[in-house]
Design a protein around this ligand. Sequence first.
Ligand code: GLY
Length: 354
Amino acid sequence: MNTKYIIHSSNRAFSSLDKVLSGKAYNDARYFILCDENTYNHCLPILISHTSRLQESEFLEVPVGEEAKTIDVAMQLWKTLLDSNADRKSVIINLGGGCISDLGGFVASAYKRGIRYINIPTSLIGMVDASIGGKTAVNIDNIKNQIGYIHQPSAVVINPDFLNTLSEKDVVSGYFEIVKTLLLCDKSAFQSLLENSDVSDDIQAIKKMIPLCVDFKKSVVDVDPTELSIRRILNLGHTFGHAIESFFIDNGDAISHGLAVGYGLLCELYLSVKKLGLSDSILKEYCGLLRRFSAFPRLSLRDTEQILKFMRSDKKNADGNILCVLLQDIGEPVIDIALDELEVRDALLAVSKL
Ligand code: GLY
């Protein structure tokens, strides 16, 4: 499947989508637009008014956030599609952030053995990461993304103007996925990010990074769509990040996925210095960047044991080893570095004092 990418910082993105939907491949297609309450109210009217082909669409609404990513919600959506006689030419349009594209992609992957879907991300994390690459999933028992498919979207349509009204929390969520991408591929762009004095206010600078992040992720996914090898570099920051996120959720003090990845990157850069000889100055610069948003909470030995417990159940592990991506330098990631538990404890305790 060749995904079509459309990026325009204006509603021209939707006129371009209209042209795509006028093509032969979409003859007789019916469209089901999946929204949450926020995107239903704020984004749907804009999309519909600029995309004539979607004016006859049917709408599917689900709760905001991770609450929607359950098999029960997926079941309700499948039933609605069946009741509406949706056939294999039907297309699900995912209008929302990563939770909507994960859920809608999952529903599309299984409905009648797979129908098409299009992602229209409305959050920064959606634009630079979640909407690209075909990972779809729901959660089980609050453990994220345990059941899912890799099923590529037919198109990804990005209008960065949707970000104009984002809160700082939403910006932070996508910001660290951008930082991750720059650490993986582009030293000069990483340096230019460091030079911005207050990135959380500088939405224009962030918007400019979107095409670079999309191109990089697309190039990786094209080579390894099913994550057998190189796609694993995209997990930089996520071995620690996911465990830290689960730890805070479990303690009733949830932090955003983005901030958890921010902390995860800190731990993994610390270990990159220790194990692969990454320059200490990159770690120091990164610490400065992270401090703009928040201080890393001090962790006790007991906290590190709980985080370790989550790391042991990470789906990226193999043969009982905790596996991680580390960096030799910016643009030089190394996958499948095995960590022993002493190294994990050391990183968690050390970075909480940085
Ligand atoms: N978010 C990492 C990936 O899509 O592979």
